[in-house]
Design a protein around this ligand. Structure first.
Ligand code: KG4
Ligand code: ZN
Length: 338
């Protein structure tokens, strides 16, 4: 039934989010609360603070989206909550609230894998230009994840490569910190880089040209630390380092993405997800790599690239479509590979 609606909950990191979607993909209501302000004094996400903030805000967001959707809980076809991977405290808050609602109203509960939710976002009808068809290459580029995945269908994922150390968003955040920028550093670093000359400070491009599509960012981060130590007294010097860093990341991502595409010859598109997909230089580099194979680069709108509950509800809808599911007994998992 295309009109049946599913409630989705997201609480795996530092975004508290709830959304209601119709089975045909229509977004009836969505709400996201970022905890950026709570964590920024600490320069990163503090798990205990995150869990308490989810506990404080999630029930209200749920009531808000249900009211906006104009639905009662009994009208829902199911409840989906991110149940891993992520920070365990937050996962427990979202999954337990979702199970409680499902139990009280006799609804099926879907334990959603956060990575699967990111992976399927591009298939949400009407959010990207032209329909995205399976199989496609997904690049998941966030603060917590950095991987290339062949998405062959709902429930059919093949991880092609991953990071050997940090996630790419983490690399942005660490480089930004070295440059004296506030957390989260990605957007601030991108702004600073606009004033810089990317050729001024040559930085390494880890794994560029190597076989496969794994990533490694720690050497680049160390090189940024050395460059800062050599001279970052002026705004211009810092901007040059930022531009050099961003250019190195973009070049590596394009190279890794090209290798990944070669591993999925039937791919119909290159799809990006995660907060780093908001970066203009990254997008330009990836779209160049896709174009070399005659493929489009597909990027959902930024609000659906970063953590949100729309993608969780959509993954729940797809899972319910595959058959009856009831995962009340599912325990949230901090680690849960696709
Ligand atoms: O997907 P996301 O919102 O949360 C998770 O990590 O799950 O991604 C956040 C990451 C942070 O590391 C942030 O610095 C990075 O995405 N980011 C960016 C930009 N916007 C966000 N990195 C580079 N350029 C940006 N414009
Ligand atoms: Zn995420």
């Amino acid at each position: 039934d295309d009109r049946a609606a599913v409630l989705g909950l997201e609480s795996s990191c530092d975004e508290t989010a709830a959304a209601v979607l119709r089975a045909d993909g229509t977004i009836l209501a969505e709400a996201v609360l970022s905890q950026e302000q709570e964590h920024s004094p600490y320069g990163g996400v503090v798990p205990e603070i995150a869990a308490r903030a989810h506990l404080e805000h999630l029930p209200r967001l749920v009531a808000q989206v249900m009211a906006k959707a104009g639905l009662g809980y009994g009208d829902l076809a199911g409840v989906a909550a991110t149940s891993g991977p992520g920070l365990i405290g937050g996962l427990i808050v979202g999954a337990t609230l979702g199970k409680g609602i499902a139990l009280a109203h006799g609804l099926p509960f879907v334990a959603v894998n956060h990575l699967e939710a990111h992976a399927l976002t591009a298939t949400l009808p009407g959010i990207v230009e032209g329909a995205v068809r399976f199989p496609y290459l997904l690049l998941l580029l966030s603060g917590g994840h950095c991987q290339c995945v062949a998405v062959e269908g709902v429930g059919r994922y093949r991880r092609l490569g991953t990071t050997l150390d940090d996630a790419v968003g983490e690399a942005f955040d660490k480089a930004a910190k070295l440059l004296g920028l506030p957390w989260p550093g990605g957007p601030a670093l991108e702004r600073l880089a606009r004033q810089g000359d990317p050729a001024k400070v040559p930085l390494p491009r880890p794994l560029l040209g190597r076989p496969g599509c794994d990533f490694s960012w720690s050497g680049l981060k160390t090189a940024v630390a050395h460059a800062v130590a050599r001279g970052a007294a002026t705004e211009q010097a810092r901007a040059d380092i930022a531009a050099g860093f961003q250019a190195a990341v973009a070049a590596v991502l394009a190279d890794r993405a090209a290798h990944a595409l070669a591993m999925v010859p039937e791919a119909t598109a290159m799809v990006v997800a995660g907060g780093v997909a908001a970066n203009g230089a990254v997008r330009a580099a990836l779209s160049g790599a896709a174009a070399k194979r005659g493929l489009p680069l597909v990027a959902p709108p930024v609000r659906l690239c970063t953590d949100n509950a729309v993608m969780v509800a959509w993954a729940g809808i797809e899972r319910l479509r595959l058959g009856p599911t009831d995962e009340l007994g599912h325990a949230p998992r901090p680690r849960w590979p696709l």
